[in-house]
Design a binder for this molecule. Sequence first.
Ligand code: PLP
Length: 388
Amino acid sequence: MKLAARVSQVTPSLTLAIAAKAKAMKAEGIDVCSFSAGEPDFDTPAHIKAAAAKALDEGKTKYGPAAGEPKLKEAIARKLQKDNNLDYKPENVIVTNGGKHSLYNLIVALIDPGDEVIIPSPYWLSYPEMVTLVGGKSVIVPTDASTGYKITPEQLRKAITPKTKLFVLNSPSNPTGMVYTPEEIKALAEVVVDADIYVVSDEIYEKILYDGAQHISIGSLGKEIFDRTLISNGFAKAYSMTGWRIGYLAGPWEIIKAASTIQGHSTSNVCTFAQYGAIAALEDSQDCVEEMRLAFAKRRQVMLDGLNSIPGLSTAKPDGAFYLFPDISKTGLKSLEFCDALIEEHQVAVIPGIAFGADNNIRLSYATDLATIEKGLERLEKFVRSRI
Ligand code: PLP
């Protein structure tokens, strides 16, 4: 059988593969400490589940509009106004099967073969794969600890060519956890406007911030940048709704309309009753978001202190998300070798930085309980000491 050529150009998600391996080892009774999944370990808050269950009982089980339940689109438009100072109407919003799907819809809607998409590395691993799937070209701009793993306006300007269509901005970032300051966002916005390209702002971790860090949405900085901005967001991380598969994309009407057409022919609407849970998530109390954030803050400190006490690792302190991204170069191992040996010898699952375009790093998610974090750190220390 001959598969389509595009298939050979994409690689399966390494994060999903490692998380699955860790789960399978656990199922075999092996005592694995997994820091692999980008998934809060909390259950979805009860009031969100209750709203979805009520919708299910009420028979909200039929096809709905492909772009999403009108009530949810209204709630999202209100949220974008209130939290992010973005003035979107419900028709500027499409509800998708997760943030991943919003980004994919956008790429399919916007990127032609040969179009260039600027992606700072380390990047969330699906961005370049999505671009490849539609025949576009990812222009990877490497960043390192010296700029806090953030792209500078000069780097962005240099990467732009006449073929550039889109710049991908992700703050707080997966995998580094870094958060761009309002001044940094403003400087990037100026470059985007000057070059007249689009920016997609992936804001899925916007609620998970520490030490007074502020999230600012690039589209809120004036009409010129607003007209060139797409916002991708979702419910997975802030409300611990990873399995619900609900996200959204907001932006200029022509692009959202195109994304809705694509969705109308690919997935149709997101699970109808699940969307009612999402309405409750946005409209009811936000205490659950804060409770989870506080738990993450505590774990972050424990994990950071632990990593910093391991000679040979160097770990930047991020202000957001739930990941740490230590530099492992002193061990002399590349990231895949490091991760393979770590899981084999000490049953600790972490993600090799190569998956995010950074072979000298590993990614640890601290969206797991403190006991696992403490045990995993001890094992990691033994492993690193054995290698330096
Ligand atoms: N964007 C980033 C940076 C992510 O880390 C993730 C999930 O890991 C997503 C988007 C997609 O989230 P979901 O499709 O679960 O809403």
